[in-house]
Design a protein around this ligand. Structure first.
Ligand code: CP
Length: 330
């Protein structure tokens, strides 16, 4: 007999009481934004809206009572980790937090597949952040329960892209027709990789502003080119700021550089100040996935166009929606 047992999907025999098998995304992994259609996004955002209403009205409710989330983070996180925890707890569920894998059996050399198969023995869904591109897809090959990619190295950060898109819709009313400018570390910034792919489902124009060594990866440019999305690359922001509806700023990802001298050359390449904002449209938004390390000066925070703290809050509602969906309750 083969020692390898193929991953199993839940069957009616395994189906927990009250779960809806026909619910969109029930039992599905969330690995890449490539898996979403525009209709999927409309549905996710409708559910996120309902979550927002419920949080504003009652704070917490028992939609996921009895469900358990394993939050498995091999890399530091403040927003993704704590918003998934908050999402699960506001839905009445509970969380196994593994935010410091060095205190888990990972420190003894346990593999990612074994760690994931262990956690799914105790939990109903696993949220995974890992420094290696492709780690979430690898985990999903072995998992019977849904894996949600919370960032895989310089690969993707699909739930961040969903909340980014939700932010744009909430703040500006629509996505079609917008000019979105991405600024900073476009090579290693997984948030911009996922967001660019997701935006390619809409009628948008994309500008990429970065130092030469941090340009958007060619495979993403090629994917969007194939979909007919107008794209242009720049080294200075001034050229495109006046036409920009969404300015999406990213941190230079120090931890992904092999050569520290190269990081020193490009850190601080762009800093958004009130003077920068004076050149921007009066109706635009400034976004950042955070953490920021100086790319946006704190005296921009009071500008009503600075949407980054609202963006974090939208993340809670989107992650509540995703948990409810993969667990068959939405
Ligand atoms: N935006 C984001 O992924 O933030 P954290 O690294 O704090 O989770």
């Amino acid at each position: 007999m083969s020692a390898f047992l193929p991953p199993q999907r839940p069957t009616s025999r395994h189906l927990p009481f009250g779960d809806r098998r026909d619910a969109p995304f029930y039992g599905k992994h969330i690995i890449s934004v490539k898996q979403f259609s525009r209709d999927d996004l409309t549905y996710i955002f409708e559910v996120a809206h309902e979550m927002r209403e419920m949080v504003l009205r009652v704070g917490s409710f028992d939609l996921l009572k009895g469900k358990i989330l394993a939050n498995l983070f091999y890399e530091p996180s403040t927003r993704t980790s704590s918003s998934f925890t908050s999402a699960m707890e506001r839905l009445g569920g509970s969380v196994i937090p593994i935010n410091e894998v060095r205190y888990s059996s990972v420190a003894k050399g346990e593999s990612l597949p074994d760690t994931v198969r262990t956690l799914e023995s105790y939990a109903d869904v696993v949220v995974l952040r890992h420094p290696q591109k492709g780690a979430a897809a690898l985990a999903a090959q072995y998992a019977r329960k849904p894996i949600i990619n919370a960032g895989d190295g310089a690969g993707e950060h699909p739930t961040q892209a969903l909340l980014d898109l939700f932010t744009i819709r909430e703040e500006l009313g629509q996505v079609d027709g917008l000019t979105i400018t991405m600024l900073g570390d476009l090579k290693y910034g997984r948030t911009v990789h996922s967001l660019a792919r997701l935006l390619s489902l809409y009628d948008v124009r994309l500008n990429y502003v970065s130092p030469e060594i941090l340009r958007m990866p060619p495979e993403i440019l090629a994917e969007l080119e194939e979909k007919g999305i107008p794209q242009a690359e720049y080294s200075t922001l001034e050229d495109v700021l006046p036409e920009t509806d969404v300015l999406y700023v990213t941190r230079v990802q120090k931890e992904r550089f092999e050569d520290p001298a190269a990081y020193e050359q490009v850190k601080g390449a762009y800093i958004i100040t009130p003077k920068t904002m004076a050149q921007a449209k009066s109706r635009m938004i400034l976004m950042h996935p955070f953490p920021r390390v100086g790319e946006i000066s704190m005296d921009v925070d009071t500008d009503p166009r600075a949407a980054y703290f609202r963006q974090m809050e939208y993340g809670l509602y989107v992650r509540m929606a995703l948990l409810a969906m993969v667990l068959g309750k939405a």
